[in-house]
Ligand binder design. Structure first.
Ligand SMILES: Nc1ncnc2c1ncn2[C@@H]1O[C@H](COP(=O)(O)OP(=O)(O)OP(=O)(O)O)[C@@H](O)[C@H]1O
Ligand SMILES: [Mg+2]
Length: 373
């Protein structure tokens, strides 16, 4: 009896030993860290896995205890996609001695995976996984801004180079005009002048949208903006076998302060892209549908444009807003990079969700304003 009491007392004393408290504290921290951690001991047996890692693997922690790597790979709850990624990581670590890996998961999130092994680990093998999607996003935006600044400079110099000869040609045609009239060919002069003016207009438009110019804003209701754009594109959509559905809540009046011409250009670019994506898939899909709707909160208004076209793969999504990136034969790849620039100049943002075979959703978000009058 006495020895039993002594035993319990001893256990209690042990559990209150400062070292024990420190250990539990560190274990708690490791277990609940927002990075995933998994440790294999020198026999290749899983010795520790924290909550986040079990979540990432999609399995319960209990079912992982005592697993070897091989057993982990055969675990019935681990998807094929994850199994393939784990195998690839181990191959690269073992054959190429790579310690840092970056990978994209099935939802487009970026993860940084660090393998720690060798002398400092005394034969153990530690793997940590960290979500770096936000860093990647910032990196991508910075890279995008650099490219767009360069695009602005290149286009300004090209426009300058093209405009000068056009101005000389225009002058000389005007000089030649009396001779052409005397030959009964005034029509030629008229066509040449009109075409030169058209070329100048195109350059002007392009420069205006690709240069980081400040928007000429006015306050407009989003509903009327969308109605006008749909009116412009409806017939083209019908000709291409698609239909545009505009979902507006007429009871709500929401206003934005925008350069109407520029924002219309952005929405037109998105609708044109949606029409192209549907056109490619029409035989498989039957009816092409573009849905345009809007949502808003106290501060922002989002215009949502959804299509049931072919969707995009991860590579296309990664390069979507890069100038000159196109997958189309006749495309310039400027539509989305110019749109991105315009929306950014308005203090807004563009987000995309896309699935191959299902379609694409673009979400334009702009700051909301109160109507003053
Ligand atoms: N709604 C969409 N569905 C599927 N793919 C899309 C969609 N929108 C854009 N894309 C992809 O993004 C690429 C870039 O689009 P962007 O508008 O910048 O250029 P483009 O349409 O190819 O050329 P341009 O706009 O000059 O005619 C497209 O080539 C296409 O692959
Ligand atoms: Mg386009």
């Amino acid at each position: 009896m006495l020895s039993e009491i002594r035993g319990t007392e001893l256990e209690e004393m042990n559990s209150f030993h400062p070292n024990r408290l420190v250990r539990t504290k560190y274990e708690n921290i490791l277990e609940n860290l927002d990075s995933g951690i998994i440790l294999f001991d020198s026999d290749g047996v899983l010795a520790f896995v924290n909550v986040q890692m079990a979540k990432l693997l999609g399995v319960s922690r209990k079912s992982l205890t005592g697993c070897t790597l091989m057993e982990l790979l055969r675990h019935p709850q681990i998807t094929r996609f994850k199994r393939k990624k784990i195998l690839r990581l181990f191959r690269e670590t073992i054959f190429h001695r790579k310690r840092f890996h970056e990978l994209l998961d099935e939802y487009g999130k970026s993860w940084l995976i660090t393998m720690t092994y060798g002398d400092q680990m005394e034969g153990d093998f530690l793997i940590s996984v960290k979500d770096v999607s936000d860093f990647k996003q910032i990196e991508q935006t910075a890279y995008q801004n650099d490219k767009l600044a360069m695009l602005g400079k290149i286009s300004a110099s090209i426009a300058h180079e093209i405009r000068n000869p056009l101005t000389s040609i225009r002058g000389f045609i005007q000089l030649l005009r009396p001779h052409l009239i005397s030959l009964g060919k005034d029509e030629y002069a008229r066509i040449i002048l009109a075409e030169i003016d058209r070329a100048n207009d195109i350059i002007y438009e392009f420069l205006n949208s690709s240069k980081p110019s400040a928007p000429q804003t006015r306050i407009i209701s989003v509903a009327s903006l969308l109605k006008e754009v749909v009116l412009l594109t409806e017939s083209e959509a019908l000709m291409k076998g698609s239909q545009i559905f505009l979902h507006l809540d007429e009871s709500e009046s929401t206003y934005v302060s925008v350069d109407v011409k520029q924002i219309k250009q952005v929405i037109l670019n998105l609708i044109k892209n949606a029409l192209d994506a549907i056109e490619n898939e029409l035989e498989e899909h039957g009816k092409g549908m573009i849905r345009i709707g809007m949502q808003h909160n106290d501060k922002q208004i989002s215009i949502v444009i959804t299509d049931n076209g072919g969707g995009m793969d991860q590579n296309t999504l990664n390069h979507l807003f890069n100038p000159f990136f196109t997958t189309k034969e006749g495309g310039t790849g400027l539509g989305l990079s110019v749109s991105y620039r315009i929306i950014k100049n308005h203090g807004g943002s563009i987000a995309v969700k896309s699935d191959i075979g299902t379609g694409t959703e673009f979400i334009l978000t702009l700051p909301k304003v109160e109507r003053t009058s």
